[in-house]
Design a binder for this molecule. Structure first.
Ligand SMILES: [Zn+2]
Ligand SMILES: [Zn+2]
Length: 136
């Protein structure tokens, strides 16, 4: 997405597209590694010396509130953020700490939610050891 498209996306969700907010959203679109707010802050502060941890965190909360991000709470210590808002599962490796995406069966949220309930957020979490760590 170019900057203009990104700005329009934020504007259409009621978020004023400042340079720093655009940088946060762009970073999350480019890095599908489920970063924490601190990781995003560390990555952006070199280019945006005036950015603060609070700005990064508040921007991510606002993007989440606008439906542009998912918050992954598989890790009790820290929230991770994901620009992929389509339903998918997350696997956390207890050895390397990485979060991996996995595909869910089609319409899993509708099929598994109880009848008569409208699901807004559907999270599937698994924890274990990734293939890389198993071979070490
Ligand atoms: Zn691992
Ligand atoms: Zn994900």
């Amino acid at each position: 997405m170019n900057n203009q498209t990104l700005a329009d996306t934020l504007r259409s969700r009621g978020i004023s597209p400042t340079q720093q907010r655009l940088a946060v959203y762009q970073y999350l679109l480019d890095h599908r590694t489920h970063p924490t707010a601190d990781t995003v802050y560390q990555a952006l502060v070199a280019e945006y010396p005036t950015i603060s941890r609070t700005t990064v965190y508040n921007t991510m909360r606002a993007l989440f509130g606008a439906g542009l991000l998912r918050i992954v709470t598989i890790d009790a210590e820290e929230q991770h953020f994901d620009a992929d808002t389509a339903d998918h599962g997350h696997f956390r490796c207890t050895k390397c700490g990485s979060l991996f995406d996995f595909t869910l069966p089609a319409n899993a949220s509708q099929r598994l939610a109880p009848n008569g309930y409208h699901t807004e957020i559907f999270d599937v979490y698994a924890t274990g050891v990734c293939p890389h760590c198993q071979s070490n």
